[in-house]
Design a protein around this ligand. Structure first.
Ligand code: ZN
Ligand code: ZN
Length: 352
């Protein structure tokens, strides 16, 4: 069964699905260009791109009827519809109001447009073995890059310098950063998504480094928090709490566990220690072609984890004016629990 076949099996309420999200398009067809769409349904495998990408599509897209679009890209959808398509799903999380109006003008009248987002994302959440291998390779590259970036220690360097060294090492290894690397020292660590700045990292502070590589299209995501020189008991205690919460949540990861149940394992521990209000984000998220994708581990996530999901487990405690700790592993949901893809030690490591 192809990926398109599996997505087609999810189309119970529509006859065909129009895919305009470029990541979903890549997942289904292999196409890596920046303009394209596909339509899939029983007996229907249309792929459309513009003249710039005709050759690339010929090399990348197999098993689809390839079309070159007219000058106005969406106009390709004005014809070519089999009679059995009455209800056409579109990705309502991606199609703009303007595009929808244009689609309504172009797609022949008897065909109804139906909001049907999330079908491809649901299929993407269950990774194939080759995808797991690709993500593991990205994680390994990122881990090696972090080791290289930390070889010169932390104290006295700027957050920006550490982030740059890490990203340079990722590029030198053949990948690219999956997202803007976070290096947050001292009180900056109290902001979960701090931007690396030009202040020198001071002795006695915690430094949170959140980093990932993209390799062959697939992402990794990992966070470690280090001590720049010995830190005080208050900071060490927060690190210990987050590590205990993270380890307990990892133990709760298994097929069938709901995202909110795994989230609660970490959140309850942190709340019992008085830091509930300092853990303001969800526990984790799926990772694949995108660094944030399905499924989620969060207070409101009811869907159960499935064998083959790849998710992060990343509790954090952020204390304004003091600092923060986040510890994030990337794991495969497997029958016997979580298989961890992140390599670096999570114990509080003191670097100079
Ligand atoms: Zn991260
Ligand atoms: Zn993450």
């Amino acid at each position: 069964m192809t990926r398109a076949d599996r997505v087609q099996a999810r189309l119970d309420d529509v006859d065909a699905l129009l895919v305009t999200d470029l990541v979903n398009l890549r997942y289904l067809t292999g196409f890596t260009g920046s303009n394209g769409l596909c339509v899939l349904g029983p007996g229907l495998r249309r792929f459309v791109t513009d003249f710039r990408y005709v050759e690339r599509a010929a090399a990348e897209v197999d098993g689809w009827d390839r079309e070159r679009s007219p000058t106005e890209f969406l106009a390709a959808l004005g014809e070519g519809w089999p009679e059995n398509v009455r209800r056409l799903g579109f990705e309502d999380q991606r199609v703009t109001v303007r595009q929808h109006a244009r689609l309504r003008e172009l797609v022949p009248e008897p065909i109804e447009l139906v909001a049907a987002g999330g079908r491809v994302e649901a299929e993407r959440a269950r990774k194939e073995d080759a995808e797991i291998a690709a993500i593991a390779a990205a994680a390994q590259l990122a881990d090696a890059a972090l080791a290289a970036a930390l070889a010169d220690g932390l104290i006295g360097r700027t957050e920006r310098d550490v982030a740059l060294a890490l990203e340079t090492a990722i590029r030198a290894g053949g990948g690219e950063p999956a997202f803007a690397t976070i290096v947050a020292a001292g009180v900056n660590g109290a902001a979960p998504h701090a931007t690396p700045g030009d202040r020198a990292i001071e002795r006695g502070t915690l430094v949170t480094i959140d980093f990932g590589a993209r390799l062959d299209g697939y992402c990794s995501d990992c966070t470690r928090t280090y001590a720049a020189g010995a830190v005080g008991d208050d900071l060490a205690a927060i690190h210990d709490l987050v590590l205990r919460a993270q380890t307990a949540a990892l133990d709760a990861v298994r097929p069938g566990a709901e995202g909110r149940e795994v989230d609660a394992v970490a959140r309850d521990l942190i709340t019992a220690d008085g830091h509930g209000e300092h853990f303001g984000h969800g526990l984790g998220h799926g990772v694949g072609l995108e660094v944030h994708e399905a499924p989620r581990l969060a207070r409101t996530a009811k869907e159960p984890l499935q064998n083959g999901n790849i998710v992060t487990v990343e509790p954090g405690v952020y204390v304004p004016g003091l600092g923060g700790v986040r510890i994030e592993d990337l794991v495969v949901v497997a029958p016997d629990g979580a298989r961890v893809l992140s390599g670096h030690s999570k114990e509080l490591t003191v670097l100079d």
